[in-house]
Design a binder for this molecule. Sequence first.
Ligand SMILES: [Fe+2]
Length: 381
Amino acid sequence: MSTIQEFRLPGVIHFGWGAVQRVGEEAARLGRCALLVTGRSAMNRTGWTSRVQSILSAAGVEVVLFDQVESDPSVTTVDRAAGAARGEGCDLVVGLGGGSPMDAARATAAMAAMEGSIVEYVRGRPIDRPGLPLINIASTAGTASEVTSVAVILDEERKLKVGVKSPYWFARAAITDPELTLTMSPDLTAATGLDSLTHAIESYLSTGATPPSEALALRAVELIGGSLREAFANGADRPARERMALGSMTAGMAFANSGLGLVHGLVHPLGARFGLAHGLACGRLLPHVMRYNRPAAEDKLAAVDRALTGKERGTPDGAIAAVESLLSDVKVPSGIGDLDIPQDEMADLAKDGILAGAVRTNPRSVGEEDARRVLEEARRG
Ligand SMILES: [Fe+2]
């Protein structure tokens, strides 16, 4: 090995049934007053917001609730949440929910300790200091934002979703409790699970992959490939939910270090311009990007085939077919042919996709014209 490699993780990860209880002791160690950042509906409807509030209060931590995070959190929302944290004198941020609330919590914790607006950092200002301590609690087996250091924020003015990342941005404590995923609908299970699968495959193929990230990513492919169908068909299947939560978390630990690839480059403009949910966009594009990457990743795609199917001998075509079969079983179409994306938007989508940092670690180099061709191919289905 010729270069020194780094591998970063949150301060501590609590994984398992009932792990959410740990938020009390972790929070009490880190502060006195927590801004609890969550979305507008799911966590309130399922009672998790009030349960987390009670656990925090019982541990002696005061709670200020900010439950206004929309899907795809915007610059405006993060600035409002950071204003609330500063105004109420919070010294800790707890995120609760899927990727959007956890990303918003991460950016809020940072901005509560920095001047100005998050928009400056979304547009490239370097992050030069730690934020408030952050605890993130995941409610989906998808984004894995509890174990990463990235926040995807919507720059409303430029209609761009931008991933902002910093080594300062790992949570002090991450909580992955499969119990919270039991209430996900089949559609949400499919979308978030496909996001995880894309993390695992893109991380494994990434030019930033290292031996530890590869080991975690390949195991994640196996876990997700072997349990997404069951979790989709029966949300109460606890072993399947546990394997999905573990798969999502390990994929997150891998990609937080290795980076991702072209799928994650292209899904952000598709989300920002056409409102396509992140996980669904990932799943729909994944086989098409795998096909594009094939010449640069034959052996790794063969290993993905083995991990997905349990076959002794894998092939790149087998991996692509296995992903397409999984998409069909969880009722998600491959490609974007049914989305009525106007022809004249394709070049702009490709251009925005290439701007995303994720493309830098794609295994095959990709220019604007290549990205447009992948989108065209995905449009044909
Ligand atoms: Fe993702």
